[in-house]
Design a protein around this ligand. Structure first.
Ligand code: NAG
Length: 375
């Protein structure tokens, strides 16, 4: 009897560790360990989830249900603005930090009612793994924030959704700022008010974003066409981002906007169905795009940006000296072009952990592998 009890508890422990982090980060955040071998915890309420994420213990936090934050902080009704008109498909904006007053002074004023929980995400401390179980790990109505010096965090296999999608400034799904060593993997984001993922102006250090699905479909959009404008925003002061095997679909802009001092290695991603621009390369951006597919995307790169862009076509050999391998050509189907032949920043890859790359033909398979519920 006793040995049976020991055996079954060993089996439970095995089952729990088997459902923790799958695989390992490739690229710049290689070596990230998150909560490491901490005994997994299974929060049951939004309060428990907030507590586990925010405390100072290393933790492996398993999500086996939906955590619905809508209504947990009440609603607010205020005066906002309608910069893109009051059509039924248009996003409105909250007057957050006087944004309407400062940047849209001529926009019509409108009444806005929003869910307060969505505006600011859950604070995540250092040494955490936040892992969804199967396709059960859903956080509704609130995002997550890895900020203020928190580092060594893994987020895998969860879905963040429904952050006041009607309103700009209604909430960001994933925020990084003043951090280092973060791996975001197999995460789906949908129905977001502002940014699907934002790396703020402080240094975010070494970051890998892989196998994620950024779904821009929304009833409300800044371009009033069901395509979300605010995709990814990478403007940190000292950031290195590996962005691999992601599906970026149904966007109309800023997917991503890159500036600050950001080295972005975009490899084997699938940009699909976009009515506006994908890359916005502003001052300080250093962007290498390889092995990726642009399918039905109107403007892969917004014209006129001051950032540095190298988009690989037949010139893959230029990478060898710096990445230790040839880079892969990008592929285009019914899409605009992606120009960019700046090689002056390739030396930044020297000595770093570099993600591998395969042919763009394989990147199309990302539609089958990206997002939560696929591992
Ligand atoms: C995270 O883990 C590292 C390595 O074990 C440790 O040095 C650090 O103090 C931890 N951070 C926190 C906030 O517990």
């Amino acid at each position: 009897m006793r040995s049976f009890a020991l055996l079954s508890s060993a089996l439970v422990a095995l089952a729990q560790t088997a459902t923790a982090v799958t695989g390992a980060a490739e690229g710049f955040a290689k070596g990230v360990t998150g909560g490491g071998s901490a005994t997994p915890v299974y929060p049951k309420t939004t309060a428990e989830l907030v507590s586990y994420l925010g405390d100072s213990q290393p933790r492996v936090i398993m999500l086996d249900r939906t955590f619905d934050f809508t209504g947990t902080e009440g609603t607010a009704t205020e005066t906002g603005c309608a910069p893109w008109g009051t059509g039924s498909g248009c996003q409105l904006s909250l007057n957050k930090n006087s944004w309407c007053d400062n940047y849209q002074p001529n926009a019509p004023k409108v009444k806005v009612t929003y869910d307060k929980a969505g505006v600011l995400g859950i604070t995540v401390g250092s040494n955490k793994s936040l892992i969804g179980v199967g396709s059960k790990g859903i956080i509704k109505g609130k995002g997550i924030r890895i900020v203020n010096g928190a580092k060594n965090v893994i987020v895998q296999n969860i879905h963040i959704t429904n952050l006041n999608p009607k309103y700009v400034w209604g909430g960001d799904a994933i925020t990084l700022d003043n951090t280092d060593m973060v791996w975001i993997d197999h995460v789906t984001t949908s129905l977001i008010g502002r940014q699907h993922i934002v790396l703020g102006n402080n240094a975010c250090g070494r970051v890998t974003i892989s196998n994620c699905k950024f779904d821009g479909q929304s009833t409300y959009s800044a371009t009033c066409d069901t395509y979300h404008y605010w995709g990814m925003y990478f403007t940190g002061s000292n950031d290195m981002i590996t962005f691999k095997n992601n599906l970026i679909s149904h966007m109309s802009g800023r997917s991503p906007k890159v500036a600050g001092n950001t080295l972005l290695h975009a490899v084997n991603n699938y940009w699909y169905d976009s009515t506006g621009h994908n890359f916005e390369a502003d001052t300080g951006a250093k962007i290498l795009v390889e092995g990726s597919v642009f399918q039905n995307t109107k403007t892969p790169l917004e014209a006129g940006g001051a950032g540095k862009v190298l988009a690989i076509s037949s010139n893959g050999a230029v990478c060898s000296q710096y990445l230790g391998r040839v880079c892969q050509a990008n592929g285009f189907g019914s899409s605009g072009t992606l120009s960019g032949s700046d090689t002056t920043f390739l030396s930044y890859f020297n000595g770093k952990n570099i993600a591998s790359a395969t042919s763009y033909a394989t990147a199309k398979n990302v539609v089958n592998t990206a997002g939560f519920g696929k591992i």
